[in-house]
Design a protein around this ligand. Structure first.
Ligand code: PMP
Length: 398
């Protein structure tokens, strides 16, 4: 008997497929602007020094590899709650916020999806159009109805009016997923005034906000990037936040993240947390320890924390500098105005506005690899070769 005879083959992840094409390309001047990991000037995805130091300490002090609890490492939880909600957070002071460790931001999102599907039945989840593709498949896999609000207009600019208009028509009680900062894939973030307008609609329509916070520290800074999450957390009785330590701590493969739940009161929080632990048990039982232990050590030690913040600040400044540098390089070709949005966007990604045809020409003629949607990972740029890239872009757009 062949049990697997009827199993259909599904296409692989298009971003990883792009990486394979890149690796096979013999062009010595090739440039990978595809995969969403941070890269330094040498094209490496570094391990922050604070992480290395914390790992050394951990390897000396760790006494056991027995299971951690269902909500994970308490030191990690304490540090992360303060990092996300702020040291002065009234919500934290009132015991209304709890942290459940998960395998990466993806695990946290899946746990949120599971919680919504099981405990809040009948609620759809609303995603920005476009969004990180895994949002689409992950929430559907959890059994949620997935719907969309507009985010980018046909002019490749942030469409706040379209977003607000659609949110104003969302059925009461539904969940709205918001990118806390550094929107993936577009790089377009809301201004404080935009966030206040979204908050009013969320309040008026009685929606449940779920923040995906995967790039804290990559936009305007650790505290600044948490502004919207904190605004909503202080203004509303109930909020969900998924936090990822993959990018800001460089811990990608260690699968480090958390779901932060904020409830109306401390008592209600314990009800929610009992459910989160029960659903996590069915998904991964208990979370992986290493990455969270590292983050807990860094956040709890002033020296390690300072070292980490400096390095993160360097990553943020590198990406911001590359954005400005590329727009400056495009000025030579009279294209600075047309691509000014690249400097205004935040985080690692840019919706460049290049069409699929232009992207394919860049790939074939110049060995420049970005997604066919026109999304580029800005961290993949080479500061020494911005002029070369600008020339290639000028060739395909004019
Ligand atoms: N959300 C967004 C928007 C992301 O871009 C990513 C990573 N690409 C994640 C969540 C999940 O990150 P991880 O599971 O690697 O922590």
């Amino acid at each position: 008997v062949r049990h697997f005879g009827q199993v259909a083959r599904v296409p692989g992840d298009p971003i990883l497929g792009l990486l394979e094409h890149f690796r096979a390309d013999p062009n010595p001047a090739k440039l990978d602007l595809g995969v969403g990991v941070y890269k330094d000037a040498a094209g490496r995805t570094p391990i922050p020094r604070a992480v290395k130091l914390a790992e050394q300490r951990l390897s000396d002090s760790e006494q056991s590899k027995s299971y951690v609890g269902g909500h994970g490492d308490p030191l990690f939880a304490e540090g992360l709650l303060r990092l996300v909600l702020g040291h002065q957070s009234a919500v934290l002071g009132a015991g209304r916020a709890g942290c459940t460790q998960a395998p990466g931001g993806t695990g946290a999102l899946r746990l949120a999806g599971e919680f919504i599907a099981r405990c809040l039945p009948g609620r759809a989840i609303w995603l920005s159009q476009p969004t990180w593709p895994i949002h689409e498949t992950l929430f559907a896999a959890a059994g949620l109805e997935v719907r969309h609000y507009p985010y980018v207009g046909v002019d490749n600019r942030f469409d706040i009016e379209g977003m607000l208009a659609q949110l104003g028509r969302v059925p009461s009680g539904d969940v709205v997923l918001l990118h806390a900062c550094c929107h993936n894939p577009t790089g377009f973030d809301l201004s404080p005034a935009d966030w206040r307008r979204v908050l009013e609609v969320v309040r008026a329509r009685e929606l449940l906000p779920l923040f995906d916070f995967a790039y804290q520290g990559f936009g305007d800074g650790l505290e600044q990037d948490a502004w919207a999450v904190r605004l909503f957390s202080e203004a509303l009785p109930e909020v969900l936040v998924t936090s990822s330590c993959s990018k800001n701590f460089g811990l990608y493969r260690e699968r480090t993240g958390a779901l932060i739940a904020i409830a109306a009161d401390a008592e209600g929080l314990q009800d929610v947390r009992s459910q989160l632990a029960a659903h996590a048990r069915n998904l991964w039982s208990t979370p992986p320890s290493h990455g969270a232990a590292v983050v807990g050590l860094i956040l709890g030690d002033d020296t390690l924390r300072g070292c980490w913040q400096n390095e993160l600040d360097g990553m943020r400044r590198r990406v911001a500098g590359l954005r400005m540098g590329l727009v400056e390089a495009l000025r030579t070709y009279g294209l600075a105005q047309r691509f000014a949005h690249i400097a205004e966007q935040r985080g690692m990604f840019s919706y460049t506005g290049l069409s699929a045809a232009q992207v394919l020409r860049l790939r074939a003629e110049d060995g420049v690899y970005l997604l066919e949607t026109g999304r580029a990972n800005v961290a993949g740029l080479d500061a020494e070769r911005l002029d070369q890239l600008a020339a290639a872009i000028a060739r395909v757009v004019t």
